[in-house]
Structure formats: C-alpha cells, structure tokens
Design a binder for this molecule. Sequence first.
Ligand code: P5A
Length: 443
Amino acid sequence: MRLSRYFLPVLKENPAEAQIVSHRLMLRAGMIKQSAAGIYSWLPLGLKVLKNIETIVHEEQAKAGHLAMLMPTIQSADLWRESGRYDDYGEEMLRIKDRHGRDMLFTPTAEELITDIFRGHVTSYKDMPLTMYQIQWKFRDERRPRFGVMRGREFYMKDGYNFDLTKEDAMHAYNRHLVSYLRTYERMGLQAIPMRADSGPIGGDDTHEFLVLAETGESEVFYDSAVTDLTFGDRDINYDDKAQCQSIMEEFTTKYARTDETHDEALFAEVPQERRKVARGIEVGQIFYFGAKYSEAMGATVQDADGKQVPVHMGSHGIGVSRLVGAIIEASHDDKGIIWPEGVTPFHCGIVNLKQGDAEADAACEDLYSQLTKAGLEPLYDDRNERAGGKFATMDLIGLPWRLTVGPRGLKNGVVELTCRKTGDSEELTPEAAIAKVIAQYM
Ligand code: P5A
C-alpha cells in the first residue's frame, strides 16, 4: 500500500476524551472513530488489525476441531423467554420492537440461539460431541462504556458453544478451549493468564477468565507470580487426547490466580509471600461449563446409548476480539506509539523515502516495494512529499515492526537502513540483504 493513496487520518494532538494509552493511540493512529458512546467505526488500519486477530482465532479454533458458523445479531425475544434470561439480563440488553410490535433484541451473547439450532437438528448421542462458534458483533448497553474498544457497547466477540453427552466429555471441551486459548493469545504476542472467576449472567460454577496484566486493566487480580513463568510455546498438542488437554489445563490453573470476585484471602496466604501479587488485568476471554442450564430449560435432549432422553451438557467460550486490539497496545507500546507484535501487524514493514522525487531514491523504494510484495508481504510505502521527521513520527506511531529507510546518501554507498521498531536498533544493509532479513521475520 502506498501511503499517498491510503486513508490514515493521524492526529497530532492527544484526544482529550481518551484516558488510557491504547484508546489514545488507536485514535491518534487513525484506527477507529467513535460514532456514539461505546460504538466505533473501524477505519482501514484498525480493520486490518481486527481481521488479523480474527484470522488467528479462526486458525486456532480449526486446529481444535471447532466448526465456524454465523448467527444473526438481531434475535427474537421468545427464545430468551424460554431460558428465563429475557427478564434476568436487565438493562444491558438492547431491546428492539419490529414493525409488527414483536419483541426483538440485539444479541449480547448467543447461548439460546445455538441451543435452538441444536435441538432442531440433533436427536442422538451419535451426533456428538459438537462444538460450533462464530465471530460476530455483540451489543451490551454497558452502564459505563469507556477506554475505547476495551469496554464498548458494540464489540466483536468470538463465541463458541459445546454440546456433549456427559459431564466428562464437556470437561474435555472445557480443557480443549483453555489450551486453544493459550495458543491463540500467545500467537498475538500476549501472555493471558487463566484465572478462576465468577460466571455472572452466563451461569455455571466452572469458569476461567483470561487476563492480560496491565495497570489500566479493569479487573483486580490476585496471583502467584509463578504463573507468569508458564508459556505454551511450540509444544505439540493433540486436541482429541483428553489426558493431555487435562494435564495442560492443570499445569496452567493449579497455582493461585483469581479475580476479585472469587478471591480467597486464606488460600492466597498459602502462597509464599514473595510470590503473592495483587495487580490489574484486562479480561480478554472467558470459558464456562454450565451443564444443563440451557438444555433443560429449552428441551435440548438427545437419546443416549440406552435409548433414554437426556439433556445435553453445555459450555460456552468467548474471546474479546475487538478488546484484544486495545489489550495488545496496552501491552506493547512506548512513548512514540504502538509496537505491533509480528503476528497481528497491519503491514509487515514500512518503507520511508527520505527524498521523494529523487529518481534514484524513488526507484530503489519501488524496487523494495515490489520485491516484498512478490514475497507475499504487505509493505506500507510512505511516498508522500513530506519531511523525513514527519514520516518517521507516523511510522513510529502506527507501530510497524520493521522500517526500511531509503535516501540518496545511503544509496551512494549501496545501502538502505533497516530499523526494528521494538528495539530501535538500525543497521545498514544492501537492499537485497534488508529484504531477506524482513522476509525471514515472517517465515
Ligand atoms: C462466552 C461466549 C460470554 O458472553 N457467552 C458466549 C459467553 N462471555 S463474556 O465473558 O461475557 O464475554 C466474552 C468476552 O467478550 C469480551 N467483552 C467485551 N469486549 C469489549 N467490550 C465489552 N463491553 C465486552 N464485554 C465482554 C471480553 O473479552 C470477554 O471475556
């Protein structure tokens, strides 16, 4: 992409309404624009990051054997009356009437709708286990929408639902989700710690939230610092292997890590004092097992091997896809701007032409651009007629991991400059060597 043809409405000043750094940087980098309280348009740069996060979620869900589908955002109130949640959900639910006066709503979550689909089609235990998920917009009329996409009213969520014959199978689904979420967040460059939590309006007793530690996080958390040493890494996982999934789940959840809702001072006191941490975190996901709560209320039963009708065991699992954009920035930025992890960056590399209009510099930039593109990467070429300082400031603000700087002086010596956004380190390399190095980062 050439910056001269892109829509990147960067702001020079810090927007007064933004209280935390991710909100400030998303506005300044031209990623989002507020349209109403807690409701945002995603501008081209922001959308690219959102889609990259979505792709990682889809890929990891596919590996775990979960099936992608899509449900509508507008639902009939009738299903929610069956489960009892139409009245229980309270003011967070946006209620709508259609032209015939029927009660509709904008979906805040989709346990009812998926249960309705399941009961309409699945009648036998032979068609289970089954896990389906979607990535779809949700609406919750939050009392205090704030911090940009972190606590929006409209937000993008991955929501998945498992249907199993037995509690044991459903707990395998729970563990499988926990493992797949660990991998998902790590690919985004994040450490998200599973913590025992409260299930709120979704229901059930077994639930973990995934928290990214950050001072600006809205949740207070209590944990044994040993949990921060755990990483999933590149170990092999067989998602059908119940014992393996369970042992990874135990590895990541046995040490003390809880949100304030479930915090237990007496248990916490058993953690060695130097490892006891109280901090703040951003909730980027949550998994639930709630057994037959919805299947019983809505008559989602199947025939088991003995020919008996039994309600199915269920759980649901969510990832805050749009919130993650903010969470990643909270975890990765400096005073100049965003520092994208390579897994989610909107462009792989920036190209800064120090002397636009200089025949040699222009040709060298075009050549870098076409070679990177041919290699399957997406560079962002700042081809505007602007001061070098302004170009650098924009590149630093939007946070691409690598920057190639091209100018007549370097070209005379046959070199361009390659700069790493994270470390600030620069090196002079031949254009070929610089291209090879950038490509190698994404292999
Ligand atoms: C699980 C999927 C559920 O709704 N039902 C379907 C379950 N869980 S949840 O914890 O309530 O939400 C899942 C994740 O969505 C993100 N999230 C939000 N993101 C931005 N703005 C909001 N107002 C908001 N509310 C929830 C969180 O990351 C949460 O973990």
